[in-house]
Design a protein around this ligand. Structure first.
Ligand code: BES
Ligand code: MN
Ligand code: MN
Length: 454
């Protein structure tokens, strides 16, 4: 049987197996899910063994284990390192799911459940492609190293320690990742740029304790008012970020890149529909695609403090909090940006309050040329697997590991994403198109097969 007929004949088995993994609530941010994290790691290790990988190990880290496996029986052939993550985002708010987050089901040719698109469905694509190559040819045509981590969704905190201690073991000719999306349905895409991410939390303290707002209101500083004022000053009327030096190191898009990004088959109407707001906003002077992929942003992620329960409570709170983040583009330096953001916020604060400023995680931006011949192989495999023309895109999301690997090993990074922008990653009703899942397995199997002649 040839490769494609084999993977197509296995569809039902693949889907059924993926559902097993999706039923494990491996939420990396919650300590109560630690046993599930470990269960998911064991599950992944088992399936890697099943796909014919050797030296499969579950490697403990300071936080969550990573799973490693390899097959190095193709001397003289290229070696690739595949990276993905088995951890997922929390499923909350639970009541907004049509069916429970960890009880995967198919509706309208989409598989619903937390982790379907990000990233369990996508790692499964690679495991099944590798297994198919083993089954059909009896061996893998290239050398493969697989590393699947369990803390991507909390910033890949312990990963870098492992990588720096295992440089030799992880050495490869290329990094392959499926943790991104396609530009649109039917448009297979290779991502060559990601934004970096700094994530911050601030705590503003006014009075030493909560106060009666009638007795003290008018004289005591209110930390929520102060926080709201500071936040309002972080953007100007053109939606530019007011932090000094913030844009200093931003590499402007070249004319050619601007032209090619804006010529992609990207539909503003569809994007607007996905957003679902009355109108869009953003930095003046840039198209939406540019704003999303090649311009830095500052986003508020959460703000709280004071009384938020039922009914009224007259109080001046002692504390107010905000979580916010900056998405970064080449060549912004995360440490420098964090310094400038903190300095700016402290300057904006009145003397009436104290402020605790924390940087919770930090990751560099990435954009790389796609001239290496491996990209032509990837393009061709995607076009064969999906029967459609493939394109090169950038994206606004962040994958800390990709940047780190690119900086350390200077290898080509092939990001073939099989999600879609409207699949609700990180949100209720996350799903994965079954066409993309099965098309993904076909494409990746072909890609690995054809890499033998790179
Ligand atoms: N798979 C995403 C990254 C992604 C999403 C890239 C969409 C391109 C398009 C990844 O799991 C993720 O969510 N990353 C986080 C960063 C992390 C440090 C928490 C992100 O981008 O917010
Ligand atoms: Mn992901
Ligand atoms: Mn994610």
């Amino acid at each position: 049987m040839d490769l494609i007929s084999y993977v197509d004949s296995m569809r039902d088995n693949h889907l059924c197996e993926l559902k097993e993994l999706l039923r494990i609530p491996s939420v990396s941010t919650k300590s109560e899910n630690k046993p599930d994290i470990e269960k998911a790691a064991r599950w992944v290790a088992d399936k890697l063994r099943g796909a014919g990988l050797e030296n499969v190990e579950i490697i403990p880290t300071k936080m969550h284990p990573l799973v490693y496996g390899e097959s190095l029986h193709a001397p003289g052939k290229p070696t690739i390192l595949f990276y993905g993550h088995y951890d997922v985002q929390p499923a909350e708010p639970l009541d907004l799911w049509t069916t429970p987050a960890f009880e995967p089901v198919v509706r309208d040719n989409n598989l619903f459940g937390r982790g379907t698109a990000d990233d369990k469905g996508q790692i499964h694509i690679h495991i099944k492609a590798l297994e198919a190559l083993q089954k059909v040819a009896g061996r893998l045509p290239i050398n493969v190293k697989v590393m699947i981590e369990g803390e991507e969704e909390v910033g890949s905190v312990s990963l870098w320690d492992f990588v720096s201690k295992n440089r030799q073991r992880l050495q490869a000719d290329a990094l392959v990742v499926s943790d991104t999306a396609m530009l649109a349905k039917g448009v297979p895409s290779i991502t060559y740029g990601l934004r970096g991410l700094n994530y911050y939390q601030i705590e503003i303290t006014g009075p030493a304790q909560d106060l009666h707002s009638g007795v003290f209101g008018g004289a005591a500083p209110n930390p929520i008012t102060v926080l709201a004022e500071v936040i309002a000053k972080l953007h100007d009327s053109n939606f530019r970020i007011t932090v000094p030096k913030f844009y200093d190191d931003v590499v402007p898009l070249s004319k050619t890149e601007r032209k090619s990004l804006n010529a992609l088959p990207w539909k503003e109407k569809e994007f607007k529909k996905t957003v679902g707001a009355r109108a869009l906003d953003g930095e003046k002077g840039y198209t939406i695609v540019e704003r999303l992929w090649a311009r830095p942003t500052l986003e508020l992620n959460g703000i709280w403090g004071g009384y938020t329960g039922e009914g009224a409570k007259t109080v001046i709170p002692s504390k107010a909090y905000a979580k916010f983040s900056t998405r970064l583009v080449p060549n912004q330096k995360p440490e420098k940006i964090a310094r400038e953001v903190e300095r700016h916020i402290r300057k904006l604060l009145p003397k009436t309050v104290r402020c605790k400023f924390e940087l919770l995680s930090s990751g560099k931006p990435w954009a790389a040329p796609y001239s290496h011949p491996i990209f032509q192989k990837a393009l061709h495999a995607l076009e064969t697997g999906f029967g459609n023309k493939a394109v090169f895109i950038r994206e606004g999301g962040s994958i800390p590991f990709v940047t780190q690997m690119y900086d350390t090993f200077k290898v080509p990074c092939v990001l073939m994403g099989f999600g879609l922008p409207d699949e609700n990653a990180h949100a209720p009703d996350e799903h994965l198109s079954l066409d993309n899942y099965f098309g993904g397995i076909r494409s990746v199997a072909l890609f690995y097969e054809q890499l033998a002649s790179l």
